[in-house]
Design a protein. Structure first.
Lengths: 369, 371, 590
């Protein structure tokens, strides 16, 4: 029966590659998303506009201000003369941080009393607000320590030695871009596979297949394997772009990565075939794919950690194959994790794949227009 | 022009009846936003709480305890104690802890003596954003400890930092994400609504029959715009209700400002849908274009999660044609800050301009022809 | 031609040309069409699918731009002032342009608003229309829940709310049952005679030409003929004969006659074969005598279709039909007795809706069996159940001894299947389609190569082997679909609407192949809504609303409705008579 399945696979690949619209699905959206995510989606902050209200211009305050002005994170866009402007500047989003230096700043510093500095942050974007606070605190404590040290004051009892493992410069691209491998592989595989049965149903050729001596398992393989093939190829291209274009280090081996990729693509193919065999028209299939895709991306840990979700939602994510593959991609890329340590990520995807493929095969014949 | 009113009236009546009877329009206007808002609202959170952190204290003692107590009392951390750094490292590699705080054996001696005792902090940098936030929390614990130590020693630190967060004082990510989400979701539903219903008329051949009457293109477009505008405003009201009553996001500004801004935004989104529908004449293509051109840019390029200022300049330029960008700015301000006119007016002007451009383009491109 | 002399035609077309871009190719849909339509008359726009009928309708309605030429409607240049034209004409597109989720009344209201009918005048106008269309009792019903015939009438009523000066009807009779078709013609006659409306009516049914006052015959974007229907048939006078010969089967007779020089058409009609010759007078008896002893030829009146066939032959459309090989597709099977297909009390329900209601029939080996009926009569549902594509609700069926839905995959290897609309893989080339289907039917190696070569030679596919299937003209698609279904030499052939929309020559060629297959012992089950195709069947059932109205050989069915004032009923007459009989005695039908 190998001959028949091969014929199905060849037909399926030809159908995708000869049709301009299908070819676009393989090239257009992935390219756009790779560029948009690769360049647009970043949690790193730079050039954060800030204002300084220095009520005690002096050598000391100038030294403090210079530290902010010199930081790549901040850009001092205003120096205020009165406190009344502060709220306006923040409200109108002209600045995200206002540093207020107290009137007795220098006097307090010299007399070893705590010199007051106020950091006012725009909290509308809570994530940015937290990061800005963190950056500002680092600059302020550095100043504090070096001021004390330079004037022979007592050394602080302890200092922090901050290090980030796997991603020393805490570059959020290193987090987002390997995630895109998982994201785009899912989108492309789902669209190719998810629409394939529905397209044949619309054209009437699916009936034609069902009346040939092809068995259910032949059709399942013939529909599924091209999806797996396309998914793995697409992923390989994005992996290459991640390594050579975006320069994200690939620390682990290809074997653990590709084992995960293979299982992931099989699981997504199964889900795609399920959607496809439930849908009567391509439009329904597209809507179905969309309705699966959006929650699966949100509940995968792609942009925000699963650990931050409520418990019931964390349980729900266990059904999501992308959740496991994301862990694999990121661990293999940045941590260099090996196959054994990833076993707990592999088997759930295999289970999801088997169950969804079996369900899809069953639905092929059950579902009749 | 009497005939014009009669024609428009007839089309409006028809459209309303169809909306009322056809579940798909109501589903796109109400069910889709609700579903998405719930998934996103619960699923998307950037607040790192209960971070699993390894505390490695090689020589326990009162000084070390005074430092580690800060972690035990912090709402952000859930510390686990390890005796050897190797065990902690293994736990981090296995993903059991996200960071390690390491007090070496000479910590107490140095802290009580010459000072500058090193506190090793190692975070898992894979999720850079999470790692930064964790670093920030560790710094806070450390700074608090320094202040306390200084007070015990009868001295003070050179600086006293008073952080103040304006709006959203709890720094809850949900409070800022949910208003942004409303913008993202309404972009999608607004464009989908008009694009799909017009494509459907092409598909079913009804557009062809209607066109061979005295009806003008302006009447046809208006008849599509008005009912879906009402429907979209309904979906918007539902989303705001969910935000306020379910997610507890405070609404600081006035409802009227919110309504007016939503109206402008919807006109732009529906105009986008009309524009799509004049290119794509089947629901399949229209749906695909609507998802790719509205949802993705609204999600990434609107400033709803990712900071616009931090993007490369070319990307920043692109964000200016994303209607959601302006609406996100207005929504975040109206919800969390109040009626901040300096934010609302320029952004509302941009929305109005986009609405005019999209609707105008749709009017110019749409012809009473099939080719 | 008489129509051109009319001083003020309602419609005037001059050298109309319009092309489209499909993929990377430019396709000319209409070229050099010049004609007029007289005011107050019914002009038929007649041609097979893809001839350019709909394009022409849309051009007249101002929905498409002209590439070249000029169209004047009611004295107004459409290109210059489409809105004025659109205000004065009525247009019913294919599928009737109804809002299916609005009621009959709401649809009428909408079109009354759009056409600017004053509220005060509506009640009276609606009453008139409801009376004319017989939709009176259904005003509150959703348009989507009307039958095909009722939708067609509602579509018509909507265009008539404000009586237009010119009424454009685009294929209003497609897939509609013969009774509704006849009623529609009644309405059109009424409109032209009493309201002096001008009607342009497009159709693919050639027999409708004879009901028009004037005919525009178009084919592949060109005007083949223009004039009164009588002028078309007049050309054919003395060229039609009914041939019969004792001791030779009608299919055999048809095959022989079709190859006789001077014969341009030979089709089975009843137990005889209808022959059309190239010149007036019967075919040369000297040629016929040796092979057909005892042949009788009786002159028959010409039909419109004869003239279309003659025109197509004159344009060189001979080759393919003449080439159908005598080397029968399938090796002759012993004509064993016994029924290949057995259907017993078959019922299929979708929820509360009964799509097929207690249908029974039997098909013997080597028989051509027809399922006849309008769209929605239940023939496709029956067909799908036979192929194993749809589960049976009640009753039983056997195809070659199996229920294909539950039988092993190998059982399906014995059937060939040709779906509606010639379902092929549109993105694949002709060669790739053939190769795929032969593999799907488990052909490998030398046998596969041999069958591929056979298909290419038999169906004359060599010149188009690398063309993409989607871009093929309809006739080629039909040929390719049949080739794919025959790759594995099946014993049983299922054909779903195999000839819908193709031109008469392609249809003849197709049926000749099917005849040869049946002669070779292949059992053929075919569905069709073309009543005249029933003539090709050995046995047939006529279905309506899910039930079998009547069954038997075509001759027997026609004989059953013969009356003194209708001595030679057509299949369509028989269909209408059977339906009317069933309607007047509903209790007996069950």
């Amino acid at each position: 029966m190998f001959h028949q399945v091969l014929a199905l696979i060849v037909k399926e690949l030809l159908a995708v590659l000869r049709d301009a619209k299908s070819r676009m699905v393989l090239i257009g959206p992935p390219l756009i998303q790779l560029l948009v995510f690769g360049y647009g989606a970043t949690f790193d902050l730079n050039h954060v506009p800030m204002a300084i209200y220095d009520q005690d211009p002096s050598a000391a305050s100038r030294e403090l201000v210079a530290r902010f002005a010199g930081s790549p994170t901040f850009q001092v866009v205003a120096r205020l003369r009165s406190g009344e402007q502060i709220d306006d500047l923040i409200d109108s989003r002209q600045v995200a941080l206002v540093l207020v230096i107290d009137r007795r700043f220098t006097r307090d510093l010299l007399t070893h009393r705590p010199a007051a500095v106020q950091a006012i942050v725009d909290g509308r974007n809570s994530n940015t607000a937290l990061l800005i606070q963190g950056y500002a605190n680092t600059i302020l404590s550095d100043f504090s320590l070096s001021w004390g040290a330079a004037r022979g004051g007592p050394a602080p009892p302890a200092v922090l030695d901050l290090r980030a493992r796997y991603n020393p410069s805490l570059n959020s691209h290193w987090f987002i871009i390997p995630g895109i491998v998982a994201l785009l592989t899912q989108v492309v595989t789902l669209l190719v596979v998810g629409l394939s049965v529905a397209r044949e149903r619309e054209a009437g050729t699916f009936d034609q297949l069902l009346v040939t001596p092809l068995r259910q398992i032949d059709i399942l393989l013939g529909k599924g394997l091209p999806g797996v093939l396309i998914g793995v190829l697409e992923a390989s291209v994005i992996i290459a772009a991640t390594v050579w274009w975006f320069n994200v280090p690939l620390r682990g081996g290809l074997l653990p990565l590709y084992l995960g990729l293979f299982l992931f693509v099989i699981a997504v193919t199964g889900i795609g075939l399920m959607i496809s065999s439930l849908a009567v028209t391509q439009q329904q299939a597209l809507l179905g794919a969309f309705l699966f895709m959006v929650p699966s991306i949100i509940l995968s840990g792609f942009a925000t950690p699963i650990a931050n979700m409520p418990d019931w939602m964390q349980t729900l994510t266990l059904l999501n194959p992308m959740r496991y593959f994301l862990v694999i991609v990121r661990k293999v890329f940045l941590e260099g994790t090996g196959m054994r340590a990833l076993a707990h990520q592999y088997w759930p995807m295999a289970v999801i794949g088997i169950v969804s493929l079996a369900a899809a095969g069953w639905l092929f014949r059950r579902r009749v227009a | 022009m009497n005939g014009g009113f009669s024609r428009l009236g007839g089309l409006l009546r028809k459209e309303s009846l169809q909306i009322w009877r056809d579940p798909s329009a109501l589903a796109i206007a109400f069910v889709l936003p609700t579903m998405l808002l719930l998934i996103f609202g619960y699923g998307v959170s950037l607040d790192a709480r209960n971070v699993q952190i390894a505390l490695v204290v090689q020589h326990p003692g009162p000084v070390a305890s005074s430092f580690t107590a800060g972690f035990a009392h912090s709402p952000f951390f859930r510390p686990r104690r390890f005796l050897a750094i190797q065990d902690a490292e293994a736990a981090m590699a296995a993903g059991d802890v996200q960071g390690i705080v390491w007090l070496q054996s000479d910590f107490a001696r140095l802290a009580l003596g010459p000072g500058n005792a090193p506190i090793g902090v190692i975070v898992n940098g894979v999720d850079a954003n999470d790692a930064r936030i964790i670093e920030g929390y560790v710094q806070q614990v450390w700074a608090n400890w320094l202040v306390a130590r200084a007070a015990v020693a009868g001295g003070a630190l050179p600086l006293s930092v008073q952080p103040r967060v304006r709006f959203n004082a709890a720094v809850s990510s949900r409070n800022y994400l949910v208003p942004g989400l409303i913008a993202v979701i309404m972009t999608l539903t607004g464009a989908l609504l008009t694009a799909l219903v017009i494509a459907r008329e092409w598909e079913r051949g009804t557009m062809e029959a209607v066109m061979v009457t005295r009806v003008t293109m302006r009447e046809l477009l208006l008849a599509k715009l008005l009912p879906y505008f009402v429907l979209g405003m309904g979906g918007m009201a539902g989303s705001v209700a969910i935000a306020v009553f379910l997610f507890g996001v405070p609404l600081q500004g006035s409802v009227w400002v919110l309504t007016a801004a939503s109206a402008l935004f919807l006109l732009a989104a529906l105009g986008m849908g009309l524009l799509i529908s004049s290119f794509a004449r089947n629901q399949f293509v229209a749906g695909q274009i609507a998802i790719i051109t509205t949802f993705l840019p609204a999600f990434i390029l609107s400033g709803f999660v990712f900071d616009l200022n931090s993007m490369p300049t070319p990307v920043q330029i692109i964000t200016h044609v994303v209607a959601a960008r302006y609406f996100v700015a207005i929504l975040q301000s109206v919800f969390l800050a109040g009626n901040v006119w300096s934010v609302i007016l320029p952004n509302a002007a941009a929305l109005a301009l986009m609405a005019v451009v999209f609707l105008g383009l749709a009017r110019v491109i749409a012809r009473k022809r099939l080719d | 031609m008489s129509a051109t002399t009319d001083p003020a035609p309602a419609l005037r077309m001059e050298a109309v040309r319009r092309g489209f871009r499909i993929g990377r190719r430019d396709v000319v849909a209409l070229d050099g069409v010049s004609a007029v339509a007289a005011a107050g008359a019914v002009t038929g726009l007649i041609g097979p699918d893809g001839a350019g009928k709909t394009t022409l309708m849309r051009l007249i309605a101002g929905l498409l731009r002209l590439d070249a030429g000029r169209i004047e409607v009611l004295g107004v240049d459409v290109a210059r002032d489409p809105l004025t034209v659109q205000g004065r004409i009525g247009y019913m597109p294919q599928r009737f342009g109804l809002y299916e989720d609005l009621t009959v009344r709401e649809n009428l209201d909408l079109y009354a608003d759009l056409q600017g009918v004053a509220r005060a005048d509506r009640t009276e106008r609606y009453q008139e229309l409801m009376h004319m269309t017989g939709l009176g009792p259904f005003t509150e019903r959703m348009a989507g829940r009307l039958s095909g015939g009722m939708k067609q009438k509602l579509g018509l009523a909507c265009t008539l709310v404000r009586p237009p000066e010119l009424l454009l009807l685009d294929e209003p009779t497609v897939g509609v049952d013969p009774v509704s078709r006849r009623e529609l013609w009644g309405i059109i006659d009424h409109l032209t005679r009493n309201a002096h409306m001008t009607v342009l009516f497009s159709t693919a049914y050639l027999d409708e030409a004879e009901r028009c006052d004037a005919v525009l015959l178009i084919h592949e974007g060109r005007l083949l003929g223009h004039g009164m229907p009588g002028s078309f048939t007049a050309e054919m006078a003395g060229r039609g004969f009914s041939a019969a010969a004792p001791g030779i089967g009608r299919r055999r007779l048809q095959a022989v006659l079709a190859d006789v020089p001077g014969v341009i058409d030979a089709v089975i009609q009843g137990s005889a074969v209808r022959v059309v010759t190239a010149t007036p007078g019967p075919p040369d008896p000297a040629v016929l005598a040796p092979s057909l002893p005892g042949l009788t030829l009786v002159a028959t009146p010409p039909r419109f279709e004869d003239s279309f066939v003659a025109r197509l032959r004159a344009r060189g459309g001979v080759s393919a039909a003449a080439k159908v090989m005598a080397t029968a597709a399938s090796p002759a099977q012993p004509r064993a007795p016994g029924d290949v297909i057995v259907v017993d009390h078959l019922t299929r329900r979708f929820g509360a809706f009964v799509a097929v209601n207690d249908v029974s029939f039997r098909v013997g080996r080597g028989e051509i069996f027809g399922l006849l009926g309008a769209n929605g009569a239940g023939k496709s549902t029956t067909f799908r159940m036979l192929c194993g594509l749809l589960p049976v609700t009640e009753g039983s069926l056997r195809v070659a001894g199996f229920d294909l839905r539950t039988a092993a995959a190998t059982a399906r290897g014995r059937i060939g299947y040709m779906a509606q609309k010639f379902s092929l893989y549109g993105d694949l080339s002709v060669r790739q389609n053939l190769r795929f289907f032969s593999s799907a039917y488990r052909l490998t190696g030398a046998r596969q190569r041999a069958r591929l070569d056979w298909a290419v030679a038999e169906f004359d596919l060599a010149p188009i082997l690398d063309a993409t299937a989607r871009d093929l003209p309809l006739g080629f698609k039909q040929r390719l679909a049949l080739a794919c279904a025959l790759m594995h030499e099946p014993d049983i052939l299922f054909l779903d609407e195999p000839t819908s929309g193709v031109d008469p020559l392609a249809r003849r060629e197709f049926w000749r192949r099917i005849n040869i297959l049946a002669e070779g012992g292949v059992t053929v089950l075919v569905t069709t809504h073309f009543m005249e195709e029933a003539e090709y069947c050995d046995q047939l059932v006529i279905m309506a609303q899910g039930a079998v109205l009547t069954a038997g050989a075509p001759e027997a069915i026609k004989a059953g409705v013969r009356t003194p004032d209708r001595p030679d009923p057509t299949m369509e007459d028989a269909f209408i008579a059977v339906i009317e009989a069933a309607a007047s005695a509903p209790a007996i039908a069950a």
